[in-house]
Design a protein around this ligand. Sequence first.
Ligand code: C2E
Ligand code: CA
Ligand code: CA
Ligand code: CA
Length: 274
Amino acid sequence: AKRVGKGVVRLFDESMDEGVRVRRGIEGGLKQAIDRGELSLEFQPIVSRDRIEVVGFEALVRWNTSDFGPISPSTFIPIAEESNLIHELGDWVLANALTELAAWPGQYVSVNFSPRQFRRTNFVGHITQAVLAAGIEPSQLQIEITETAIFDDSDRAAETLYKLRQMGFRIALDDFGTGYSSLYNIRKFALDSLKIDRSFIDGMGRERESAAIVHSIIHLGRALGLEIIAEGVETEAQVQALRIAGASHLQGFYFSHPVPADVARDMAVARFAT
Ligand code: C2E
Ligand code: CA
Ligand code: CA
Ligand code: CA
């Protein structure tokens, strides 16, 4: 029989091992995912509040592993972000999103960039190259970054955003409201839109606090001349409440789940009746 003390130690070690093993496994698999053709993109429409027309699509990466089936980006993006893999993965996403977009002009494509990608040396040159290679206008790419990407080295981030905006790229601050930023300290960043995090939209109908936060983000964001994209819109009631509150754009399952490129292409010309 094993001694209790030893058993406790071993149990602890084993659970540590498992976490590390899973991480290594994902890291290893991800390294080969591109070559094996296991990555793909889905696109989710972003619609304007007034005319309910599709103004753009957010590109979302998908990984269908041959061994374990689909793995969520919420699982593998943070692991890629901890290593240099995020760069290769991000380059793949950007190039493929832009290629799809070139085939159906008229809308922008909104691409997620992790903090590490954004802080990469010569990020601006890198993005510019990609857009030139795809033969599209900078205004057809919206760069989505989170508060974490810009608050650590905020002077440098402000300069990068300024340059990007000068070149004509669109810039969106993603998951807004979940980080440390306030509307007061985002003034210095060149932005086009704020994406209100899904958690606040979700809470709107239930808690007065969420509704109040949504209202103040919309109110002050508009005063700063920003577009306001509400994320995670799932119900008719949310659509109506957000319209009244003055959100300029809506995105969520109510309109469409993320879909493959060929389905998105048909949606590009559709109007959503509400
Ligand atoms: P995110 O950027 O906040 O993307 C929105 C997430 O919410 C997506 O999850 C989308 O499928 C989901 N969603 C959209 N509408 C609704 C709705 O009405 N209800 C609910 N419950 N969910 C909705 P997904 O595709 O699983 O992506 C998760 C996260 O992974 C993204 O969050 C983003 O942070 C990251 N991610 C995805 N693709 C990329 C990528 O290409 N590059 C990077 N760096 N990160 C990515
Ligand atoms: Ca996003
Ligand atoms: Ca988001
Ligand atoms: Ca999110």
